[in-house]
Design a protein around this ligand. Sequence first.
Ligand SMILES: NC(=O)c1ccc[n+]([C@@H]2O[C@H](COP(=O)([O-])OP(=O)(O)OC[C@H]3O[C@@H](n4cnc5c(N)ncnc54)[C@H](O)[C@@H]3O)[C@@H](O)[C@H]2O)c1
Ligand SMILES: [Zn+2]
Length: 343
Amino acid sequence: MIRIEILEVPLPSVREHLADYENLFVVCDRHVSGLAETLKLPAAGWKVIDANEERKTMETVLEIQRWLMNAGADRDAFLLGIGGGVTTDLTGFTASIYKRGIRFGFLPTTLLAQVDASIGGKNGVNLDDFKNMIGVIRQPEMTFLCPEVLETLPYRQFLSGAAELLKTFLIDNTDGHYEKAVDLLGQIHAATDPAAAIRSQTIPLRNLIAAAARIKAGVVQRDPDERGERRILNLGHTFAHAIEKHSAGKIPHGEAVAIGIVLAARLSEAEGLARHGLAGQLTEDFQRCGLPVTCPCPVRELSEAMKKDKKAEGSFIHFVLPIEIGHVEIRNLSPEAVILALK
Ligand SMILES: NC(=O)c1ccc[n+]([C@@H]2O[C@H](COP(=O)([O-])OP(=O)(O)OC[C@H]3O[C@@H](n4cnc5c(N)ncnc54)[C@H](O)[C@@H]3O)[C@@H](O)[C@H]2O)c1
Ligand SMILES: [Zn+2]
């Protein structure tokens, strides 16, 4: 079984964990470059990048590769990516192909990257308008989870990650984390200063983040190449990708996921799978957490985009449907049947 190492540590301890790494190179998102002072890593090189979807390309990968080469990074170099999902995807991919693969690790600095992007070994970049077209599956040596880095994260970015956090607990709610997450996110959202509320809730937040990261890691360990079980992590995503496309990028990924999960629950009820009322409950919970729940267009307008989704096989799409909180199932449905059910 593949090994996925998740280390929940206070920021200053990251240095101790990396003390013996002689050839340490760091790629860091400009928005968190101030972390260099707190971390005081024994790095041989430190490269600051502008992390955004437009820069998540082969050009940036090559730029990092040239920087590594010029800095003398050899096969035993270790590359640490510090930033959100754009940075961890870029770093993981660069490390995977530099000199046929060097070791790498992540210090994710967005909630989305902590619970999702930095876990699971999918690393890659965009090609033209197509997201994550080029990439590999290769696991980081470790992922550091340090919730204090979220203190500077804009609240809207935090919400995007919150949707993925809730998604994870809808897949596996063994320890009742879903209810705890709704309570905590609800409190943060109701606070006059959400950023201050996030700071005051570091410990319960850290526990939820670690739980979600470990649930994802467990799924990935059982199915690293996404041949079966790993697909459940796509809950809400077929709708979400179509909504993101339809809104021409105006609706951020996490918010589209929240809407997509509610649609999946409605579909599941219509198919007679979920208990009656599940979609209504999720709608209330998500709204309490500050997440959107209403599809910005008639569902039939999502049909074309859904057909192009990578989860489509022939005229059927693999839909992940919530059955109950903590339990999902996959069904193959045609977009036409979905639209009819959601009328
Ligand atoms: N590999 C995977 O399995 C996987 C899974 C989900 C998403 N992703 C990828 O992750 C990316 C989205 O991740 P994201 O939402 O973290 O995006 P991101 O990396 O673009 O970060 C969002 C924004 O927040 C800024 N930022 C990051 N940390 C900050 C902090 N602590 N304080 C202030 N600003 C901060 C970034 O500079 C950026 O402007 C997408 O490219 C997506 O494809 C990958
Ligand atoms: Zn997602």
